[in-house]
Design a protein around this ligand. Structure first.
Ligand code: GLN
Length: 467
């Protein structure tokens, strides 16, 4: 049974949502004890919602359990972006995406674990006191990140479930790939960011993770609404879509430079098989180059993302949100004390890097230059989408590594592993991970990217490959 069938049965009063949520809560508690996919399981809240759905069983997601990444605000439930500095922060409102899901009868079951504020690609940079989510196929290995908890529980759940995740530079597709599930990062501006604890405002996107394309699409259609509360939310009239095409009319660009060096052998093999399958369906696949993305995307992304992150984190000073310490000394001492004790190592590294990049005297050389290169990157993609419906590459260049292997990587080596996902994120393009097979008992994913607001092309291609 998938989420659609469950909702249908709940609406027809064939399934009691209270009973079914009770069972789900028992299951996720057991899973969580072993795999750490949740920072909070909101039992009381979930049961209350289930009672409401039972009284009034309606909506596309009637009675469907939904998990929500910790950085997305859920009313009355601790929402801490995986950080100790926000411990105890319970928002007094729902993020718009959460509100829309609830209106359709979804039941929020808990907040999923992540890299602190989204700072990482392995969910290994969890906040102080948090536990790393463990890969559902091998607990020694990473779930990917930063939406690692969302991906892990999506794979592990043997009940209908969809997760609400978030990406800045790859955080939806990367963990979806490591855990073998579908993850869609929508066009920037398609889903409201209102109620998101921002990492980098010009890059953050909220999107679904699910076991199937159909379920990811179901959630996307619900949350992709214009929202006046978010100034970057794009009005519906401006969401230009290309027309629907049959497979024989479609053209896919295979990103050439990612089919060789630096990509693990089994991942290359699987990607080649996917291309072969597309060709068999009559879809034209041709190699394309993205020279600016190849050369500059990582550097551009890490300058812009850290610059924005360092300003976003300034508000966590022990006065308004979350953690507070004993007030002593002057404000600067107090502020530094709270931040030193409660931010993890990677958060501190990013504050330092980001502050440096936008400091007077360096701003032109780093931040502004990166902003210009970002425009070039957008233009490069735009040119390709004149002739192609979608672009294809692997999602991550390696199989899910062990935590020991991750511990041996320098921060820079970790950043480099985002090479395939930061491009579409910088350009605000919709992209999706599609599970495409297994190697050494671990999942391999394919990344599909489409032009702005053309998520429907990704779903269509996903269905072709899924079927
Ligand atoms: N790994 C990238 C980073 O550390 C992307 C993470 C994300 O999308 N939040 O910034």
């Amino acid at each position: 049974m998938d989420a659609r069938e469950l909702a249908e049965k709940v609406r027809a009063r064939k399934i009691d949502p209270v009973q079914s949520i009770k069972e789900v809560l028992q299951k996720i508690k057991r899973i969580n004890a072993e795999y750490h996919y949740f920072t909070t399981i909101c039992e009381e809240n979930a049961l209350e919602q289930a009672e409401q759905v039972k009284r009034n069983p309606k909506g596309k997601l009637a009675g469907v359990p939904v998990s929500v990444k910790d950085c997305i605000c859920v009313k009355g439930v601790e929402s801490a972006a995986g950080s100790r500095i926000l411990e105890g922060y319970k928002p007094v409102f729902d993020a718009t995406a959460v509100e829309l899901l609830r209106e359709e009868g979804a039941i929020i079951i808990g907040k999923t674990s992540q890299d602190e504020f989204g700072f990482g690609g392995f969910s290994a940079n969890v906040g102080i006191g948090h536990q790393k989510p463990l890969n559902p196929f091998d607990r020694q290995r990473s779930c990917g990140g930063s939406s690692g908890g969302s991906a892990g529980i999506t794979q592990k759940a043997d009940f209908p479930h969809i997760s609400l995740a978030e990406s800045t530079g790859g955080s939806i597709v990367n963990p979806a790939s490591f855990c073998g599930v579908v993850g869609l990062c929508p066009t920037y501006g398609a889903v409201s960011r209102y109620g998101l604890l921002d990492y980098a405002n010009s890059l953050d996107k909220i999107g679904p993770m699910a076991k199937s394309i159909a379920e990811a699409r179901l959630m996307f259609d619900i949350i992709a609404q214009h929202d006046e509360k978010d100034a970057t939310s794009v009005p519906h009239g401006q969401r230009q879509k290309h027309k629907e095409k049959n497979p024989e009319e479609m053209r896919i660009g295979i990103i050439s430079y990612v089919m060789g060096d630096g990509i693990a052998e089994p991942i290359q093999e699987h990607t080649k098989k996917v291309i072969e399958r597309l060709r068999q369906k009559g879809i034209a696949c041709k190699e394309v180059a993205l020279p600016t993305v190849k050369e500059f995307a990582i550097a551009t992304y890490y300058l812009l993302a850290t610059a924005e992150a360092s300003t976003n984190l300034a508000k966590y000073c022990g006065m308004r949100y979350g953690k507070a310490e004993q007030l002593k000394g002057n404000f600067n001492d107090y502020f530094s004390d709270v931040r030193s004790r409660n931010f993890g190592k990677e958060a501190k590294r990013r504050v330092i890097l980001g502050t440096f990049a936008r400091m007077a005297g360096y701003r032109d050389a780093y931040y502004l230059k990166a902003a210009k290169v970002r425009t070039k990157i957008i233009e490069e993609y735009r040119e390709l989408f004149k002739s192609y419906d979608a672009l294809l590459s692997p999602t991550v260049p390696i199989l899910p590594p062990t935590f020991e292997e991750i511990g041996n990587l320098t921060p820079l080596a970790q950043y480099m592993l985002d090479a395939l996902t930061v491009g579409p994120n910088l350009a605000g393009l919709p992209h999706m991970n599609l599970p495409s097979g297994n190697a050494q008992g671990l999942p391999v994913g394919t990344l599909l990217t489409a032009d702005h607001f053309n998520e429907h092309i990704l779903f269509r291609l996903g269905e072709i490959l899924e079927g």
